[in-house]
Design a protein around this ligand. Structure first.
Ligand code: HEC
Length: 435
């Protein structure tokens, strides 16, 4: 039996199991799940197991396939109001766009509309791949946002498995070889391949050539690795190993923008954040249906939100009625809007005249409530607590820089996951540049 037939058989069996009567299994089938074949490896498939494609002539959130094109490439559709679901462990984001031609609702993955190919006959077929050089099977980016309940969001590889950085590496240089490499397999791409980053994530991905001639993916110039003891997506058992291996966490809140509204706050995945004028400082009044349409920006218990560059307001946390923790900005709870599809969308602006994007410098203006002056932060204590998570204090003691140098270093550390909000960042920089 060929490998391809084997793949197809595995898929058919998997589908047969899902279709068993009883547990309403059919409804629970995710809209998008893993499929694959021997030639192309893993790729995304629809609820029927058939291969999904993206069209290079589309742009994020916009389908440019209509008429004859659509007859050959039927879109993956959902009912109006239905939220598509991604099978557990597949990194990336789904959304829905309404097609201008017939008003149907098409699923998008990382912003790109998804299609089937009319000539595929069975699961595992991917005969549409590379048709005219513009149709490709849909795959996750090389580096995407995953996460778990304990640590919150962090970076993962194309298979959904957690990625780590090694604090003994330096930018552009891997110092992990031999036994180290056996435990920490590098995230590789083939020669000449530009690694991809899930749209909306901060930072940049690139590659370095390793001594054995393979190409390892880097994030903000730091080489990326998997950890051999992680078993499934969401595992992060390598976190803190030997005090030198760490997951990579983008800031909780950073600055995004679009042409119409200028700068506003976005979450770790780059999607626009909103505040609700019916909330009070530190109190969310959005529950039930409201919270389905406006999902709160949550953070694991006990964690402090971190600020990206330019976020100068006060970040905090408020406990919701269900015991989850929602991030606040200048005390106002933050939310996403379910109809935003791609980073830069801000379609929730002014909805009901009560929802608004959040300016990074918002001094709560119309919201009234003067903020009491924050107590002065102890920069030395912050350095001792927050800066020694990934490396020793000596690394910091030995370094001498001017203020601009420390700003750059501290921001790089925040990019790696140092947990500092805007005020704390300032206090640390003040302290370090005054030593
Ligand atoms: C999430 C892990 C992590 C945390 C937390 C962290 N660092 Fe680092 N740090 C690194 C890594 C990785 C390197 C080596 C790569 C590099 O220099 O960019 C490094 C290197 C350094 C260096 C040596 C390189 C240089 O630019 O001089 C200094 C100094 C430093 N860190 C200071 C800090 C300070 C100050 C803090 C607290 C604000 C901090 N680190 C928190 C991961 C971390």
């Amino acid at each position: 039996m060929s490998r391809k037939t084997l793949w197809a058989l595995v898929m058919v069996v998997a589908l047969a199991v899902l279709a068993l009567p009883g547990a309403g299994a059919q409804e629970m089938t995710p809209t998008v799940q893993w499929g694959g074949n021997d030639e192309l490896g893993s790729f995304l498939v629809g609820p029927n197991g058939m291969t999904l494609y993206i069209f290079a002539n589309d742009t994020p959130g916009v389908s440019n396939c209509s008429g004859d094109c659509l007859a050959n490439w039927p879109p993956l559709l959902v009912e109006e109001g239905q939220q598509p679901t991604l099978a557990a462990g597949i990194p990336g984001r789904l959304g829905v766009i309404q097609r201008p031609d017939d008003g149907t609702f098409q699923v998008v993955y990382n912003g790109m509309p998804l299609y089937y190919w009319v000539n595929d006959k069975q699961p595992g077929d991917a005969t549409g791949h590379n048709v005219r050089g513009v149709w490709f099977v849909a795959k996750p980016a090389d580096v995407s946002l995953g996460g778990n309940a304990e640590l919150g969001p962090f970076l993962v590889g194309p298979n959904g498995m957690t990625l780590y950085m090694f604090t003994k590496d330096a930018p552009g240089v891997s110092n992990c070889s031999g036994d180290c490499l056996a435990k920490w397999p590098p995230l590789l791409v083939s020669e000449g391949q530009q690694p991809t980053l899930q749209p909306g994530l901060p930072g940049t991905v690139s590659t370095i050539e390793r001594e054995d001639g393979t190409y390892q993916v880097t994030y903000n110039d730091m080489p990326l690795y998997y950890w051999v003891n992680d078993q499934q997506p969401g595992d992060a058992t390598g976190q803190g190993v030997n005090d030198v291996w760490f997951v990579i966490q983008p800031p909780t809140v950073r600055v995004g923008s679009n042409d119409e509204l200028g700068a506003f706050l976005v979450g770790p995945d780059g999607m626009t954040l909103y505040m609700f004028t019916k909330d009070a400082p530190g109190v969310s009044n959005c529950y039930d249906d409201c919270a389905v349409r406006w999902p709160p920006l949550l953070i694991p218990e006990g964690q402090q939100p971190t600020a990206g560059e330019g976020v100068t307001g006060k970040l905090g946390v408020t406990e919701r009625q269900d015991g989850t923790y929602q991030v606040t900005y200048n005390d106002m709870p933050l939310y996403y809007w379910i109809k935003d599809v791609v980073p830069g969308d801000a379609t929730g602006q002014n909805v009901g005249e009560v929802w608004f994007v959040v300016s990074p410098e918002e001094s709560m203006g119309a919201m009234g409530a003067e903020q009491p002056a924050a107590p002065a932060l102890d920069g030395a204590a912050l350095v001792a607590q927050r800066c020694t998570v990934c490396h020793s204090a000596e690394r910091i003691d030995n370094a001498r820089k001017d203020r601009a140098g420390w700003e750059a270093t501290v921001d790089r550390m925040i990019g790696y996951g140092a947990q500092l909000n805007a005020d704390e960042r300032q206090a640390v920089i003040d302290y370090l540049s005054s030593r």
